[in-house]
Write a protein that binds this ligand. Structure first.
Ligand SMILES: [Zn+2]
Ligand SMILES: [Zn+2]
Length: 160
């Protein structure tokens, strides 16, 4: 789920912060070593998680058919992770692909909008979603066993 480049970037940023705190910054005699270790660790962890978040967003954006460039920019430009908060509030639902005609659609659809392929088990009368363990429809009381090749049973036979 998190691409390799962002993991590498996270490690580099973390190591870079350790270098800045312990190698570049001037050391004072009265300074406490544990304090400096803590500061280096926290800043390193902060930038590393930023890189991982960016990596996650770059992958997640594609699953939802949103503009990758725009959202990466938003996450980088808005400070302190605000961009990613905005992203998680505004992101579109995950897209799934019809196995029959490979149309992309929002996951959670019961039928493919282009070829009527059944994506989820539904009641044969009211077409609301059912669980494959249901015997009667929870919405209209229809006996699901009466449906021709009931979707809930088809889900079993597909796996065999
Ligand atoms: Zn389809
Ligand atoms: Zn029903």
């Amino acid at each position: 789920m998190i691409p390799r480049w962002s993991m590498v970037l996270a490690i580099l940023l973390f190591a870079g912060m350790q270098y800045i705190f312990h190698g570049v910054m001037p050391h004072h005699k009265h300074e406490l070593l544990p304090m400096r270790l803590m500061a280096g660790y926290w800043w390193g962890a902060f930038f590393a998680s930023y890189a991982l978040l960016l990596g996650y967003v770059s992958r997640d954006v594609k699953r939802r058919g949103m503009s990758a460039g725009l959202w990466m920019l938003v996450c980088v430009v808005l400070p302190g992770g605000i961009g990613s908060v905005v992203y998680f509030m505004l992101r579109q639902p995950i897209l799934s692909r019809c196995p029959n005609c490979s149309t992309t659609m929002e996951s959670g659809y019961h039928f493919c909008p282009q070829c009527q392929f059944q994506m989820a088990p539904v009641c044969g009368i009211c077409h609301r979603g059912t669980k494959i363990t249901d015997v009667y429809c929870t919405q209209c009381g229809h006996d699901l066993a009466e449906d021709y090749a009931p979707a809930r049973l088809r889900a079993y036979s597909d796996t065999e």
